[in-house]
Design a protein around this ligand. Structure first.
Ligand code: F6R
Length: 606
């Protein structure tokens, strides 16, 4: 939800700011802007649309300076216009800011500031004027005074035209990372833009303000007390954040899956004891034994990975497990006891709804742990333990490899809990072996991409479709449906196969196809009956089936075959053809698959 970026050092700021905006474009892409200070003048450039538009404008102008800030926007307050694009200036033109987040009490602040002629409809412009109101020669103090009056969320970077040797950054609820270089600092909403320049970073925490000068950085809290921050090392590299010859990030990330899945399980499976070991859980064996309920909190794709975890926790460990969509959990006074274990599942680790729900669970006394991809993200830091999923940078807006790795980590947790309870060594061993066989099987699905592409072309012109699955394949249906709708804009819904007859079947006709995930498991015969009901309504049927299942051709118009695995592990394989199907349909329809309309990758507003 908006990306912010900043630079101070001895080099020209523009190349880093522009490259950084491209890296952050997944966070929002309706407009963009940049300001650099040249002597004591602000140079400002803005454009509506994607970063390429800004890049075009930059080519036509001289834009020099070695201190600057930039922003890529996902509109919240105010429409998509040049005026609403960041950076925003104070009315007297002396201070400029980029802001990610929402100022909730902006009306109150506007009244407080009185008669100011605003150029935009944004809450951010009110904030920069508030900072100007408090400015008495020290920018950090002015920012601090302003923020004491603010309610809401912000990641901000601020510059004053007379202070050409420092930037001020602050955060509350919206992430901000400072990269430490040699005599230079890089600021960004996440670490990916920094990777080409440094792997040393300082993560700002909520309520912290940093004064970033050319040769030093000092951090304070909102009480004006100085704080000592650690410089941390991140192990992602720049290459991981490149397309590496793929047409776009989504395709690259789909193909990353066999490799990053191995990264997720590496060192975490103990074949001798037929179990998994995830050290980050930070619970004693006694505490683990007492857990009588698990709640998995997540949004979107992460919540479908959580469903994979639910089935596994219940089946393997016998622990009642719920999946709660974060935005619902928080406001319904959830029941939590001291033996409730809550996992927050999130790729970005910055999803506002998930963070808020986890805080609520913590307040109510649950064990709260994170299953997160982005190292050092808010959820990773605020939870009392958990596990990184090691998917590497995921830059396409539609999540693919993170889903797979979240599912994998949840399966490992279920195995670990299961083995510490009732699960036999024989079953544990079977699961470990099956988990280890997954990468090769994933690769065989990816190697079949051309056949999937051909099928995609047959389905691309439908306006609606259903995804159906039962048991372990129900989360697969949900995820397949979400992928298709978000990148192709085709209307699609997902249901458990058995639910069709309770209403949705009324929609079926010959121009309403059904995609059924129907691999050989205990619910195969039930799904068979459900799909026969579909066929009777003349719908076209595409079936994801197990290799060797020839009989399924009697039922299907088209079949995509996947390798066999244990039922609980099926989502690790069966989701991949659906990712490819959505991808090829979207490409055939000419969509921008990496940056679908109306979406942003990291949803840092409620
Ligand atoms: C869909 C998608 C979203 C995210 C959701 C949660 O492809 O990417 O549904 O899964 O916004 O994001 P994280 O996992 O960052 O908490």
């Amino acid at each position: 939800m908006c990306g912010i970026i900043g630079y101070i050092g001895n080099k020209q700021a523009t190349p880093f700011l522009l490259q950084g905006l491209r890296r952050l474009e997944y966070r929002g892409y309706d407009s963009a802007g940049m300001v650099v200070i040249d002597n004591t003048n602000f140079n400002c450039i803005k454009s509506v649309g994607k970063i390429d538009k800004l890049a075009e404008k930059l080519k036509q102008t001289k834009f020099t300076g070695n201190i600057g800030i930039a922003h890529t926007r996902w509109a919240t307050h105010g429409g998509v216009t040049i005026e609403n694009a960041h950076p925003h200036f104070s009315a007297d033109g002396s201070i400029v800011l980029v802001h990610n987040g929402i100022i909730e009490n902006y009306r109150e602040l506007k009244d407080f500031l009185g008669n100011i002629e605003y150029k935009s409809e944004t809450d951010s412009e009110i904030l920069v004027n508030l900072i100007a109101h408090f400015y008495k020669g020290d920018l950090r103090i002015a920012v601090e005074s302003a923020l004491l009056k603010v309610r809401g969320t912000y990641g901000i970077v601020v510059m004053h035209k007379d202070k050409t040797d420092c930037l001020v950054a602050a955060r509350m609820g919206s992430p901000l990372v400072i990269g430490v270089g040699e005599g230079e600092y890089y600021l960004a909403s996440d670490a990916t833009p920094l990777l080409a320049h440094t792997n040393k970073v300082v993560f700002l925490e909520d309520g912290e303000i940093a004064e970033v000068c050319r040769n030093s950085i000092q951090t304070y809290n909102l009480k004006d007390e100085q704080i000592v921050k650690c410089v941390e090392q991140i192990d992602w590299n720049d290459e991981q954040a490149e397309k590496q010859g793929y047409e776009n990030f989504m395709l690259k990330e789909i193909y990353d899956q066999p490799t990053v899945y191995k990264d997720a399980i590496r060192g975490r499976i103990n074949l001798d004891e037929a179990t998994a070991h995830l050290g980050g859980l930070n619970m004693t064996p006694e505490q683990m034994k007492k857990v009588d309920r698990i709640i998995l909190i997540a949004c979107g794709t992460a919540s479908y990975a959580a469903m994979v975890g639910k089935y596994a926790f219940e089946r393997l460990a016998g622990i009642p497990t719920e999946v709660d969509v974060a935005s619902e959990f928080r406001y319904r006074d959830p029941i939590i006891t001291e033996n409730t274990l809550v996992f927050g599942v999130s790729q970005s680790g910055e999803t506002a709804d998930t963070i808020a729900a986890l805080r609520e669970a913590k307040r109510k006394g649950a064990y709260v742990r994170g299953i997160v991809n982005v190292v050092g993200s808010t959820i990773a830091r605020e939870t009392d333990g958990g596990t990184y999923i090691h998917a590497g940078p995921e830059l396409a807006v539609a999540s693919t490899k993170a889903y797979t790795n979240m599912s994998a980590i949840l399966l490992l947790y279920a195995l670990q809990f299961g083995r510490s309870r009732r699960l036999s060594i024989a079953t544990g061993e079977r699961i470990c072996k099956a988990l280890l066989e997954i990468p090769e099987k994933m690769q065989s699905i990816l190697d079949n991409a051309d056949a999937i592409k051909e099928i995609a072309l047959k389905y691309k012109d439908y306006k609606n479709c259903f995804f159906l699955g039962r048991g372990s394949n129900y989360p697969v249906a949900r995820e397949g449906s979400l992928k298709l709708k978000e990148i192709s804009y085709i209307h699609s819904e997902s249901y458990p196969g058995g639910e069709m007859k309770h209403g949705p079947i009324a929609l079926l006709s010959d121009d309403f196809p059904v995609i059924a995930i129907m691999t050989k498991n205990q619910l195969y015969d039930k799904m068979w009956n459900n799909i026969q009901e579909v066929k009777a309504r003349n719908s076209k049927v595409l079936i994801i089936a197990t290799i060797g299942d020839e009989k399924v051709k009697d039922l299907a118009d088209d079949v995509i075959y996947v390798p066999d695995t244990m039922e609980l592990l099926e989502p690790l394989l069966n989701t991949l053809p659906l990712q490819l199907l959505a991808y090829y349909i979207a490409v055939a329809l000419g969509r921008d698959v990496d940056r679908p309309r109306n979406l942003a990758k990291s949803v840092t507003v409620e």
